[in-house]
Design a protein around this ligand. Structure first.
Ligand SMILES: *Cc1c(COP(=O)(O)O)cnc(C)c1O
Length: 362
């Protein structure tokens, strides 16, 4: 069988142009050519992150930066906001890093709301918080607007935001919101090959990190800052990823940020319409649906149509498309359709057509 078009929520389809950029011949990572490359993309990265601070490049998948954030910033206790598989995992990883952690849990499909966070931070127990902006397992996009007020009220609490499946698809204004760490990975909303992470750290977080002894080396925020000031990375980076990123940034700014945001909103809306047309209901609570992927209810919650997802995946695969059959404890009782990256109305319509064909044959 040939290549399957990816409509899973990561890795997503990578364009020919991006692959070509990934394969540009190697350069030395301590030479002027590399510094020029990093310096060239830095202003565009800062625009995408809505920040005046330096954007760091990590040769690791997002989890490396996530673990690094905990090691750099948690001295007392971290509050992990848990609303799905990825946000739940943050709690597990905090424990594995030997950090004191507590959870703010809501049912899968529900969002984390600022008032709930406020109540917990008011205890004064915490010096850090983890929040997944777009919970990939449930298709819930948590509201970020409230972050600004929380930061004003609790300036000493380090706000760590995981935007792996929303970064560049919706605006996330790092400086304005008062976020302390905003991180993303390469293979989801950015539609690059997997194995790379991007992140920004606030000056307050750098100061805090300087007071922690066990930051390690590979993900030491102070090393990233020191090197980024010279347009370098602490260790040898995946240079192919940086070429691919430069190419992707070209695409992003050629399309225009507003148009890119609009495109993701439109395409996710089309998927929600497809679901409604086929008598499915959605898994996320109304009003908190993700703009990059749609998690469709298939028995996890009452109401709506229920189908044999595994069988439907097979039928859609025969049409050359891969979609996701649900993640973690909602595997099979939900399924997910991604519109992250370079998708268009045309490519999404091809997905719906393949799904319709599959449904007709069930
Ligand atoms: C995929 C994902 C991650 C982890 O990314 P890796 O590339 O596997 O490290 C973290 N958070 C969210 C919300 C994700 O969707």
């Amino acid at each position: 069988m040939g290549h399957l078009k990816l409509h899973i929520p990561g890795p997503v389809e990578v364009s020919e142009k991006t692959y070509r950029a990934f394969c540009i011949p190697m350069i030395g990572h301590r030479g002027q050519d590399f510094k020029d490359l990093y310096a060239e993309i830095q202003p565009q990265l800062q625009k995408l992150f809505y920040t005046e601070h330096l954007v760091f490049l990590s040769t690791s998948s997002a989890w490396g930066v996530m673990e690094g954030s905990l090691r750099n910033l948690v001295a007392k206790k971290v509050l992990c906001c848990m609303c799905g598989a990825f946000s739940d995992k943050w709690f597990d990883v905090a424990n594995r890093c030997g950090k004191e952690a507590d959870s703010l849990k809501v049912d899968w499909g529900s969002p984390i709301l600022p008032d709930q966070i406020d109540q917990r931070l008011a205890t004064g127990e915490f010096d850090a918080l983890t929040l997944v902006h777009n919970e990939t397992s449930t298709g819930v996009m948590n509201p970020l607007e409230g972050i600004r007020d929380l930061k004003k009220k609790y300036p000493e609490v380090m706000l760590i935001v995981d935007a792996v499946t929303s970064f560049s698809a919706v605006p996330i204004k790092f400086d304005e919101l008062g976020i302390d760490v905003l991180l993303t990975g390469s293979q989801k909303a950015l539609a690059l090959p997997p194995g790379f992470g991007l992140f920004v750290v606030s000056p307050a977080a750098l100061e805090k990190a300087a007071t922690l002894a066990d930051r390690g080396y590979y993900f030491d925020f102070l090393e990233f800052q020191k090197n980024a000031e010279k347009n370098m990375t602490p260790s040898t980076p995946s240079i192919g990823h940086i070429y691919a990123l430069r190419s992707k940034l070209e695409d992003i700014f050629e399309e225009g940020l507003e148009k890119r945001y609009e495109r993701h909103a439109t395409l996710s809306g089309m998927t929600r319409e497809w679901a409604a047309r086929n008598e499915f209901t959605l898994f996320p609570e109304s009003g908190y649906e993700s703009k990059t992927l749609t998690c469709i209810n298939n028995g996890a919650k009452p109401g709506g149509r229920i189908v044999d997802v595994a069988q439907m995946q097979k039928l859609v695969k025969a049409e050359g498309i891969l979609f996701d059959g649900g993640y973690g404890k909602v595997k099979g009782t939900t399924f997910r359709l991604s519109n992250m990256g370079d998708e268009t109305e045309e490519s999404m319509n091809a997905l719906y057509e393949a799904l319709d064909k599959g449904l007709a044959r069930l």
